[in-house]
Design a protein around this ligand. Structure first.
Ligand code: TYD
Length: 213
């Protein structure tokens, strides 16, 4: 037996405008209050190289294979330099998006080959600790029209946010398919509700997994 805290890798998913960010910050604060060391990070991004790739992914037009390769290149760098070291140190890693986003956006949204994504997933997420997958994924599910209305009030759209609603219908359906394939890992959060009601669901999911007391 050791007192070493259990490392935890938690990811947050959903279409643009689902409202993940507030809850990532609240969960980080709660975990730190419990005395846990927490790394909050995002994809694409989290390292200098991955943030540079993010800028290109969000602004530069490219084909679907290039997009998938860049997303996974960013992920590899992020895993090696941020996620794996934090988990090795017993931290909780809260990551805004991970590979489910690649399946939802590049796979179901763009229509890119899911088998190629599965192959890249295995390559990129393999390391000394085995095949890295999140311990828990909170999927913020919101109808595309609600998300679009939220985004319209926010800021200038990036290359993904500027996609038509039909794209987000496919991405949302992709998330639903992923959740059905991994029901023990992915927990659906009904993100239509107001912030406090959404947080209650996040808290309940975290309590059920022993992430929060
Ligand atoms: P997002 O995480 O929503 O950040 P912000 O809140 O700053 O807009 O934006 C990242 C975008 O990248 C989002 O539109 C989804 C897209 N994306 C992919 O297409 N594939 C991926 O694998 C990841 C991680 C993100």
């Amino acid at each position: 037996m050791s007192d070493r805290p259990q490392p935890l890798f938690i990811t947050f998913e959903g279409i643009d405008g689902a409202g993940k960010s507030t809850h990532i910050a609240t969960l980080a604060e709660r975990l730190r209050h419990q005395g846990r060391a927490v790394t909050v990070t995002r994809e694409p991004g989290g390292t200098a190289l991955a943030e540079a790739l993010r800028e290109n992914l969000l602004r530069t037009s490219m084909d679907a294979l290039t997009e998938a390769l860049l997303v996974f290149a960013a992920r590899r760098d992020h895993l090696r330099h941020v996620i794996e070291p934090a988990l090795a140190a017993g931290q909780v890693v809260l990551c805004d998006r991970f590979t489910d986003a690649t399946f939802a956006y590049q796979g179901y949204g763009r229509g890119f080959d899911l088998d190629v994504l599965r192959t890249l997933e295995r390559w990129v997420q393999s390391g000394p600790a085995g095949w890295r997958q999140p311990d828990l994924t909170l999927w913020f599910d919101v109808p595309p029209e609600v998300a679009a209305a939220r985004l319209a009030q926010a800021r200038a759209p990036d290359r993904f946010e500027a996609q038509p609603q039909a794209f987000f219908e496919r991405v949302a359906a992709g998330y639903a398919t992923r959740a059905a394939e991994a029901p023990q890992r992915i927990v659906r959060i009904d993100a239509r509700a107001e912030v406090s009601a959404v947080w209650q669901q996040v808290e309940a999911a975290c309590r059920a997994r022993g992430v929060l007391p």
